[in-house]
Design a protein around this ligand. Structure first.
Ligand SMILES: [Zn+2]
Length: 114
Protein backbone atom coordinates (compact mmCIF):
# COMPACT_ATOMS: atom_id res chain seq x y z
CA UNK A 1 0.00 0.00 0.00
CA UNK A 2 1.68 3.19 -1.10
CA UNK A 3 -0.17 5.31 1.48
CA UNK A 4 2.20 3.85 4.11
CA UNK A 5 5.27 5.51 2.62
CA UNK A 6 3.34 8.73 1.95
CA UNK A 7 2.21 9.08 5.56
CA UNK A 8 5.67 8.17 6.82
CA UNK A 9 7.29 10.99 4.84
CA UNK A 10 4.56 13.33 6.01
CA UNK A 11 5.28 12.47 9.65
CA UNK A 12 9.03 12.88 9.04
CA UNK A 13 8.37 16.40 7.73
CA UNK A 14 6.25 17.25 10.79
CA UNK A 15 8.84 15.88 13.23
CA UNK A 16 11.63 17.77 11.49
CA UNK A 17 9.65 20.96 11.57
CA UNK A 18 8.67 20.45 15.21
CA UNK A 19 12.34 20.11 16.17
CA UNK A 20 13.20 23.35 14.41
CA UNK A 21 10.18 25.39 15.44
CA UNK A 22 9.59 23.89 18.86
CA UNK A 23 5.82 23.34 18.70
CA UNK A 24 4.24 20.63 20.77
CA UNK A 25 1.34 19.43 18.68
CA UNK A 26 -0.28 19.69 15.28
CA UNK A 27 -4.00 20.38 14.96
CA UNK A 28 -4.53 20.23 11.24
CA UNK A 29 -2.48 19.13 8.25
CA UNK A 30 -3.76 20.44 4.96
CA UNK A 31 -2.82 18.23 2.05
CA UNK A 32 -3.38 18.34 -1.65
CA UNK A 33 -3.11 15.79 -4.43
CA UNK A 34 -4.60 15.05 -7.80
CA UNK A 35 -7.75 13.00 -8.20
CA UNK A 36 -5.87 10.66 -10.51
CA UNK A 37 -2.76 10.30 -8.32
CA UNK A 38 -4.02 6.95 -7.05
CA UNK A 39 -4.21 8.11 -3.43
CA UNK A 40 -7.12 7.00 -1.27
CA UNK A 41 -7.92 9.67 1.37
CA UNK A 42 -9.53 7.08 3.67
CA UNK A 43 -6.46 4.85 3.54
CA UNK A 44 -4.28 7.87 4.14
CA UNK A 45 -6.22 8.83 7.28
CA UNK A 46 -6.09 5.26 8.51
CA UNK A 47 -2.34 4.80 8.08
CA UNK A 48 -1.69 8.29 9.41
CA UNK A 49 -3.57 7.58 12.62
CA UNK A 50 -1.53 4.44 13.25
CA UNK A 51 1.87 5.74 12.17
CA UNK A 52 1.58 9.08 13.94
CA UNK A 53 1.17 7.52 17.37
CA UNK A 54 3.90 8.77 19.70
CA UNK A 55 4.99 11.50 17.26
CA UNK A 56 4.28 15.25 17.18
CA UNK A 57 1.73 14.54 14.48
CA UNK A 58 -0.41 12.36 16.72
CA UNK A 59 -4.05 13.44 16.81
CA UNK A 60 -3.76 15.82 13.87
CA UNK A 61 -6.74 16.11 11.57
CA UNK A 62 -6.12 15.71 7.86
CA UNK A 63 -7.81 18.01 5.38
CA UNK A 64 -7.71 17.25 1.70
CA UNK A 65 -7.70 19.55 -1.26
CA UNK A 66 -8.20 17.15 -4.13
CA UNK A 67 -7.33 18.59 -7.53
CA UNK A 68 -9.69 17.71 -10.37
CA UNK A 69 -8.61 15.92 -13.49
CA UNK A 70 -7.99 18.53 -16.19
CA UNK A 71 -8.30 17.64 -19.84
CA UNK A 72 -6.86 19.73 -22.62
CA UNK A 73 -8.27 19.33 -26.08
CA UNK A 74 -6.05 19.93 -29.10
CA UNK A 75 -9.08 20.27 -31.37
CA UNK A 76 -11.05 23.07 -29.66
CA UNK A 77 -8.07 24.19 -27.51
CA UNK A 78 -10.17 24.29 -24.35
CA UNK A 79 -9.58 22.90 -20.90
CA UNK A 80 -12.25 21.00 -19.05
CA UNK A 81 -12.49 19.36 -15.63
CA UNK A 82 -13.56 15.81 -15.18
CA UNK A 83 -13.88 13.03 -12.61
CA UNK A 84 -11.42 10.89 -14.50
CA UNK A 85 -9.55 10.60 -17.75
CA UNK A 86 -11.70 10.73 -20.87
CA UNK A 87 -10.40 9.94 -24.32
CA UNK A 88 -12.93 12.25 -25.99
CA UNK A 89 -13.28 15.97 -25.34
CA UNK A 90 -16.49 16.64 -23.36
CA UNK A 91 -16.84 20.00 -25.10
CA UNK A 92 -16.43 19.19 -28.79
CA UNK A 93 -16.15 15.39 -28.86
CA UNK A 94 -12.67 15.59 -30.37
CA UNK A 95 -10.31 12.68 -29.87
CA UNK A 96 -7.06 14.58 -29.24
CA UNK A 97 -7.27 14.96 -25.50
CA UNK A 98 -4.31 15.15 -23.14
CA UNK A 99 -4.28 15.10 -19.37
CA UNK A 100 -3.19 18.52 -18.10
CA UNK A 101 -3.80 18.05 -14.38
CA UNK A 102 -5.08 15.69 -11.73
CA UNK A 103 -2.03 13.50 -11.22
CA UNK A 104 -0.30 15.81 -8.70
CA UNK A 105 1.60 13.97 -5.97
CA UNK A 106 0.77 14.41 -2.30
CA UNK A 107 1.84 17.80 -1.02
CA UNK A 108 1.68 19.40 2.40
CA UNK A 109 0.05 22.79 1.98
CA UNK A 110 -0.33 24.04 5.54
CA UNK A 111 0.18 23.04 9.11
CA UNK A 112 -1.85 24.40 11.99
CA UNK A 113 0.24 23.96 15.16
CA UNK A 114 0.24 24.87 18.85
ZN1 LIG B 1 -12.53 19.84 -27.66
Amino acid sequence: MHELSLTQSLIDIVEDYARREGFSRVNVLKLSFGRLAGIDPGALEFTFEIQSRGTKAEGARLEFDIRPAVLYCNVCEQESHSEGFLSLCPLCGGGEVILAGGTEELKLLEMDVD
